[in-house]
Design a binder for this molecule. Structure first.
Ligand SMILES: Cc1cc2nc3c(=O)[nH]c(=O)nc-3n(C[C@H](O)[C@H](O)[C@H](O)COP(=O)(O)OP(=O)(O)OC[C@H]3O[C@@H](n4cnc5c(N)ncnc54)[C@H](O)[C@@H]3O)c2cc1C
Length: 308
């Protein structure tokens, strides 16, 4: 019987919200949605037709080297699925590629759309400037799906069946050691009503005090895109995006940020997005409620003047 297999993303026993995107695309694909979970995973709400619990801990489950043996057991028990779905997280990215390589299956990563009629998957290039369409010739096809792309299609299932499969002996070669806590935040950007977020466009670290000053005048909290954090212009807890924080302030003022999808995923649900960028083609303008095409430093100085 044909089915889609969702590899759940679980951290410290907690079911990640991004699994909703996997369930969403599974719903669009319209087959039985089977979700694979490690032992002890806590899940709120059922979003698959069948849950298959593997009797292994999370540290074994999250290691792509072990997945091959786990998946072989699933395939033996249920036959091959038509589609295997991972989230496009750091775990999902490497596991999707590894699974495709291990079994010789086709793979499409970072899928952000699906055209049901034509059976094609959509994938972005150049920060959403163009999209590519992919059709799987044969299968099972392995996907990693972009966070925030399909969650609205996930539906709560009332008649979820639960099956169990025996665990596997962990493969040697790579062992999970521990989770490392991120550095303590001086301020929690997820709680701010107004975020002034700066990107690589500010040019260099010496510009930070002037933007801090503006944030103070606007009663905003300063946050940044990943390059700003990687260059250590701002501390890591201030990063917005897929590998930083997801924020939903009342106002998100983005200055010198291009709008790469990893950034957009972390701020697109803000109530009011204002973008300042000198490039009219910057993708962030597609998400902004208000856009200003201008030099950010000039806008900064003008705003400071207005705020006094
Ligand atoms: C696995 C992975 C995870 C990632 N996670 C994140 C994440 O969590 N958060 C994140 O932000 N990114 C993340 N990224 C990086 C992301 O792909 C982009 O590279 C990044 O968001 C770009 O940051 P930026 O917009 O500040 O810089 P750029 O893309 O370089 O954009 C700078 C912008 O500033 C504008 N500009 C320059 N000078 C001026 C000026 N004087 N006046 C006006 N405008 C100006 C330019 O036109 C440009 O649009 C991730 C990438 C990967 C691969």
């Amino acid at each position: 019987m044909s089915y889609t297999l969702i590899i759940a993303e679980v951290r410290r026993g907690v079911f990640e919200e991004r699994n909703l995107d996997s369930a969403g695309i599974a719903a669009l694909l319209g087959k039985e949605a089977v979700m694979l979970l490690p032992d002890g995973a806590y899940q709120t709400g059922n979003i698959a037709d069948t849950i298959v619990k593997v009797k292994v801990g999370e540290e074994v489950f999250l290691n792509p080297l072990n997945l091959k043996n786990i998946l072989e057991k699933v395939f033996t028990a249920r036959g091959n699925p038509d589609v295997i779905i991972f989230t496009h997280s750091s775990f999902g990215m490497e596991s999707a590629a590894y699974t495709a390589g291990a079994f010789g299956f086709p793979v499409v990563t970072d899928v952000s759309g699906y055209d049901k009629e034509r059976g094609v998957f959509l994938k972005s290039y150049y920060s959403d400037k163009i999209f590519g369409e992919f059709k799987a010739n044969g299968g099972p096809v392995v996907l990693s799906v972009r966070s925030g792309s399909f969650k609205e299609f996930a539906a709560e299932k009332t008649a979820t069946r639960v099956e169990e499969i025996e665990g596997v002996a962990p493969v040697e070669g790579r062992t999970f050691v521990e989770y490392v806590e991120e550095e303590k935040a001086d301020v929690d950007i997820t709680k701010a009503d107004f975020l002034l977020s700066v990107g690589r466009g500010i040019g260099n670290k010496d510009e930070i005090p002037a933007y801090e000053d503006l944030a103070g005048k606007l009663k905003a909290v300063l946050s940044g895109s990943r390059p700003v954090i990687d260059k250590m212009w701002l501390p890591k807890p201030r990063q917005v995006g897929t590998s930083g924080k997801t924020v939903k302030p009342k106002v998100y003022l983005a200055m010198g940020i291009s709008g790469a999808f990893q950034h957009i995923a972390g701020m697109k649900d803000s109530e009011c997005i204002i973008a300042v960028n000198k490039d009219t083609e910057a993708p962030i303008f597609q998400y902004a409620h208000f856009g200003i095409v201008a030099d950010i430093h000039k806008v900064r100085d003008k705003l400071k003047e207005i705020m006094g």
